[in-house]
Design a protein around this ligand. Sequence first.
Ligand code: ZN
Ligand code: MN
Length: 136
Amino acid sequence: MFKQFRDIGIKLTPQRMVIANLLTNNSTHPSAEDIYHAALEQIPGMSFATVYNTLEIFKEKGAIRELNIDPERKRYDPDTSNHHHLICVKCGKIIDVFDGVDVNVVNDTISEFKIAEVHVEFYGVCNSCEKKNNKE
Ligand code: ZN
Ligand code: MN
């Protein structure tokens, strides 16, 4: 992963290294706040702005993907492969959806556009929130 970041022209400072490390193989789709709190444990005094700006750079360079599925805050995904997402509207947990990645209906109906990316957002309630709901 570190090599990969360097390959796409991202200079890795120690602070950026910590953030890159926190993102590597992270499938929780963390927010900038999540990364910030985890990074603080390793580099006390790290500012939120540093974390946020680093995430923006990683995103611009294509190392991570920004998700806007959560109405509360931006979330980030180190998996930039083509896949969809499902969010729990109660707790904000986001999981990957790899089924049905090829949505051809758009290509068939719109001829003046070449589709670059298809992203489907599913909204639901996860099992543990559902269980909590039933107890209340
Ligand atoms: Zn939930
Ligand atoms: Mn994902």
